[in-house]
Design a protein around this ligand. Sequence first.
Ligand SMILES: [Fe+2]
Ligand SMILES: [Fe+2]
Length: 369
Amino acid sequence: MENLINLDQVSELSPGVYWVGAGAKTFLSRNSFLRIFKGNGVTGTLLIDPGPTSDFDSLSQKVAAVLPGGLAKINLAFINHQDPDVLGVLPTLAKLNPKLTVIATEDTWRLAHLNGMSKTNFRAVDRVQGQKVVLPTGHKLQFIPTPFCHFRGACMIYDLESRILFTGDLFGGIAASGLYAQEENWAGIKAFHQLYMPSNEAIRLAVQKIRQLDPAPLALVPQHGGLIRGELLETLMQRLEGLQVGLDIITSLSSKLPALIAALNEMVTAAKSILGDAETHKIMGFFKPDGSYPSLFSLNSDEQVNDIKGEPLEAVEALLRMFLRFANEEQKALLRPKLLLILLQHELPPFDFLINQEDGMMELSPADF
Ligand SMILES: [Fe+2]
Ligand SMILES: [Fe+2]
């Protein structure tokens, strides 16, 4: 059913809560949300994580579809942190409605207001007593700071009526396929956190705060990728609590990294001798940056690996699988033992798929990098 949701149009997640995001079919989609509050004879509007300047047309169109007067009628804007993908469009909103009030942490606003918003009204989350606020309509909102997820002043906002928690980059993912996250989106969520979140400790602290929310949230809606609800909500919280990210990966594998890089280069040489120079060159080309997202390796001009980005073992595995994918049966029979031998010589873990002789096809294309 949810695969049928047209992401070119606004989508109502819950009464008065609308998804007004953009870039649904791109590698890094952006989720923005419009909340329309009605009660006590008043109407209030809140735009959460408005998005980058490039999404202005899409945002404007989606908001206008459910809010007469469109973006000019937005009273409040909340920003999780000050990244350009979160607030790019905010100075334009402030021009469209000079009475606009921005809500954020002081840490965020210290940087955000430098984006041409020094005269814009601002309310600091830090000064909200008990971190809960009651709106004139009677609706309640709660602010939950998530330090270092990924900015030190990052803050989630919880709508206590819809029980939707707006998590910012936390719980975000790349390469999502629809509005709601599915089990198969885990790889993209994991990769996003490994690259953007600084440490497992920061994630655990944030998840702990989510578990303490009363009532418990029904949905976690991040700024990128699929929205999370149902059983996946608890599953993903548990997985992220146990995930090594950012500095965890760097510090734990830093002692192994030189060995890993040396082994990788020996494996590239082995691939050249079996698959040929041209085929190996083609495979290595998949790992070159295309400017849209960090590549897994950094390569020098001779196509020698000189650094590994992201989770090193996964990066190595991606390359090995790619070599095998482009090898015919005869070449595979030669390549497998050679790759295994190189790994063992460098005291590195032998990958299961090399030992198990299974094909281990991994869906990788140039667009994935
Ligand atoms: Fe960010
Ligand atoms: Fe972001």
